[in-house]
Design a protein around this ligand. Structure first.
Ligand SMILES: NC(=O)c1ccc[n+]([C@@H]2O[C@H](COP(=O)([O-])OP(=O)(O)OC[C@H]3O[C@@H](n4cnc5c(N)ncnc54)[C@H](OP(=O)(O)O)[C@@H]3O)[C@@H](O)[C@H]2O)c1
Length: 275
């Protein structure tokens, strides 16, 4: 069909917009090849303004492939609309909705993939994990990897581990936001102006993240490199250890993963979060 879009992005909210922006910026797709299906008229106007040349529709249109990026409660209706549009390859980023549930709606002939990106997709720094459903072939996984790579890094995992990914990278940004808040509070208690404390705390998190990613040294080695015996960092770290910081983070990851399992209706797993 001549006017078939290459990609239909269903749901033009935060994540849909982030993906559209990433795909266009990376040059993986041209504006004329993508249609965003978004049911909110105000969002449609905003998306048209933000992405000149991109078609914006109120419902899914015929396309080679689709990305499903609506809230979990809207996923069934949106998947039905994708089926009606005749789309045969779909990647869903909807939290907690399993490939088999989508396969049931979309039918066996449709390649279904499921991914868990995270909020830094908005700035092109997402950590995403990807799994393929029953009919997904290597070329479908490679395609989905290319889509997700436009907003960050991608790792392939078995679908059963996507809940663990949710606990780690899905919820992980929130753990760091709490750390940022707490560091600022500590600095304010020590007399720093809040604005200065925020600037320095934010840049510290960014700088430490860049070291983790760019130096290819494990976190424990980087930590040891700035911890001299009897020094200031050692004094701070001792307080974190005494207050259970490390085990609190381990349990936070497990608790979030367990909650993802509960929300997805999957079996619970014995572990720190279950007691
Ligand atoms: N945000 C994150 O950090 C993150 C991370 C990983 C995964 N996810 C997943 O990504 C999905 C999208 O999240 P989000 O934060 O982008 O949600 P969002 O901001 O609510 O965006 C979804 C948009 O899709 C619209 N919509 C709903 N049903 C539709 C349909 N049938 N056709 C066309 N448009 C439709 C919604 O309209 P209404 O406003 O009328 O509902 C809304 O504007 C969620 O399932 C979430 O679990 C999000």
């Amino acid at each position: 069909m001549a006017d078939k879009a290459r990609l239909c992005l269903v749901g033009g909210g935060r994540m849909g917009q982030a993906l559209a922006g990433g795909l266009l910026r990376s040059g993986w797709i041209a504006a004329g090849e993508i249609t965003i299906a978004e049911r909110q008229p105000e969002r449609r106007s905003e998306l048209s303004r933000r992405f000149p040349g991109v078609k914006v529709a109120s419902e899914p249109v015929p396309a080679e492939s689709a990305v499903l990026a609506v809230k979990p409660a809207d996923a069934t209706a949106a998947a039905q609309a994708i089926r009606e549009a005749g789309i045969v390859r779909v990647i869903s980023i909807v939290a907690g909705v399993r490939c088999c549930e989508l396969e049931e709606i979309l039918g066996e002939a449709v390649a279904v993939l499921r991914a868990m990106p995270n909020m830094p997709a908005i700035v092109g720094a997402a950590a995403s994990a990807l799994s393929g459903g029953k009919s997904a072939r290597e070329e479908d996984l490679a395609w989905a990897e290319a889509v997700l790579s436009s907003v960050g890094v991608v790792a392939r995992v078995p679908e059963g581990l996507l809940d663990a990914v949710t606990g780690l990278s899905g919820s992980g940004p929130a753990y760091l936001f709490v750390l940022a808040e707490a560091m600022v509070e500590g600095a304010v208690a020590e007399g720093l102006d809040r604005g200065v404390a925020r600037l320095l705390a934010n840049q510290t998190l960014l700088g430490a993240s860049r070291l983790l990613n760019e130096l290819d040294e494990p976190a424990e080695e980087l930590r040891a490199a700035i911890t001299s015996p009897g020094g200031t960092t050692a004094a701070g770290l001792r307080v974190l250890e005494r207050n259970g910081f490390r085990s609190a983070v381990i349990e936070a990851v497990c608790a979030a993963a367990e909650r993802a399992r509960q929300l997805g209706g999957g079996p619970s797993r014995a572990g720190p979060a279950s007691h």
